[in-house]
Ligand binder design. Structure first.
Ligand SMILES: Cc1cc2nc3c(=O)[nH]c(=O)nc-3n(C[C@H](O)[C@H](O)[C@H](O)COP(=O)(O)OP(=O)(O)OC[C@H]3O[C@@H](n4cnc5c(N)ncnc54)[C@H](O)[C@@H]3O)c2cc1C
Length: 393
């Protein structure tokens, strides 16, 4: 079969969630990824606490399957370390999870593969997307060619579907770059704690240590790409220098072993409203530049946008309306659900994280005064928490 109702380009969290939202719909869905799974995805591996809720809104049995997935480490505390090294902890009721992306993404893809109406094409890079009156022709290597009435672009920050919209990619100078590596045996990570070290030389970025199951850790650094370019920073070298020489971090890595290489990737930040749909297409996740500008988290937004795209696709077929005007309802939903929350993070990025003194002051006050701590936790720090709940799921 080569004619589909919907082609989903990219099978990361956005693409798989879109596919799951279209499972059992009766529509013929193609889910295409250039990689063979399980595949690595450069990431901090921290899943927001609301992942199960997003899955439950699609089907409670998917949430139940996720609860049984092995390889997840629950986290319930964020530790923020100011440039002056004051530490401020905030605990949250809902548990976030740290889970390697090869495990999590394969889990989602396996679920999507279980639907009769979803055909999965792995190891199939999409090379060209050609627009026709009826929809799209999606071409890969050799004779790989599919057609679809509707296209959902979920192929990440380096994919090709974002080219369908002139503004979706945003300004590359407004993105971030980050590197990460896996380690075994980092010392003194309090159980269930995500650590954010706001080191002076990385601001508004940070060094993170996220605990995986079994004394393994995901550690890395991220910074705005324009600073990396203008200061000619080599992120891998910077990360190693911090690990070897930083007075607080260094001793914690002595005796730890790096398993695998340091790998990096670009993060397309959600710094403004952009057009992320058009006639017969929608973009989700990193392809729509939805990454949190302060924390660098994007898995939750990818899943939420994928789910909304899937649901909107159902409406398109129900009404037989694929017009640009009707697709724009998808943009409206995304901005209504995600933009308000995102604006808080943009504020934090622009007015606190970029200013060393303000960040020191904010975290020092929070650490030393219970009243201020409560206030700041509520107003600001909770917003900073990688796994805080967005206002609406
Ligand atoms: C170093 C780093 C750390 C991060 N840490 C976190 C974190 O801890 N928590 C968090 O929430 N977010 C984090 N993020 C962001 C997060 O990784 C992304 O926001 C998230 O993966 C976006 O999901 P997605 O489905 O949109 O895209 P992706 O996960 O990138 O998936 C896109 C898929 O499309 C496929 N693809 C690409 N091109 C093609 C093509 N031409 N044809 C077919 N398939 C294609 C890819 O193989 C991939 O499987 C981090 C990012 C980086 C770089």
């Amino acid at each position: 079969m080569t004619d589909f109702d919907v082609v989903i380009c990219g099978a990361g969290p956005a693409g798989c969630t879109a596919a799951l939202a279209l499972g059992s719909s009766g529509l013929r869905i193609a889910l295409i990824d250039k990689e063979s799974f399980p595949r690595e995805k450069v990431c901090g591996d921290a899943l927001p606490a609301y992942v199960p809720k997003v899955l439950a809104t699609i089907d409670p049995s998917i949430e139940a399957a996720f609860k049984n997935l092995p390889g997840k480490n629950p986290v319930s505390l964020c530790r923020y370390i100011a440039p002056d090294r004051t530490a401020f902890d905030i605990s949250f009721g809902e548990k976030g999870l740290v889970c390697r992306r090869n495990v999590f993404d394969s889990f989602l893809l396996n679920l999507a593969s279980g639907f009769d109406n979803i055909t999965v094409f792995k190891g199939s890079p999409v090379k060209e997307i050609i627009r026709h009156d009826y929809g799209f022709e999606v071409a890969g290597a050799g004779s790989f060619r599919l057609t679809s009435k509707l296209l959902i672009g979920c192929d990440g920050s380096n994919g090709i579907s974002k080219k369908l919209s002139v503004t979706a990619a945003g300004d590359p100078s407004e993105g971030s770059v980050a590197v990460r590596a896996y380690f075994r045996g980092i010392k003194d990570n309090p159980q269930g704690t995500l650590e954010f070290h706001f080191l002076k030389e990385l601001l508004p970025g940070y060094f993170w240590i996220f605990p995986l199951p079994g004394n393994e850790f995901n550690a890395g650094i991220g910074m705005p790409s324009h600073l990396v370019i203008s200061r000619k920073i080599n992120l891998r070298d910077t990360m190693m220098k911090i690990i070897e020489t930083d007075r607080a971090i260094g001793p914690r890595f002595s005796g730890a072993t790096m398993t695998g290489n340091i790998r990096g990737a670009y993060l397309p930040l959600f710094t403004g409203k952009r057009k992320i749909s058009g006639e017969r297409f929608m973009l989700c996740g990193d392809a729509a530049s939805l990454v949190n500008p302060a924390t660098g988290a994007g898995i939750g937004q990818a899943m939420q946008s994928g789910r909304y795209a899937g649901w909107h696709a159902l409406e398109c077929f129900r009404r037989n309306d694929f017009s640009e005007r009707f697709m724009n309802m998808y943009d409206k939903t995304i901005y209504e659900k995600l933009w308000k929350e995102n604006k808080k993070y943009l504020f934090i990025l622009r007015h606190i994280l970029r200013h060393e003194k303000r960040l020191n002051l904010t975290l020092d006050m929070a650490a030393h005064s219970p009243a201020v701590s409560r206030f700041i936790s509520k107003i600001l720090i909770l917003s900073l928490a990688l796994i805080s709940l967005p206002a609406s799921i």
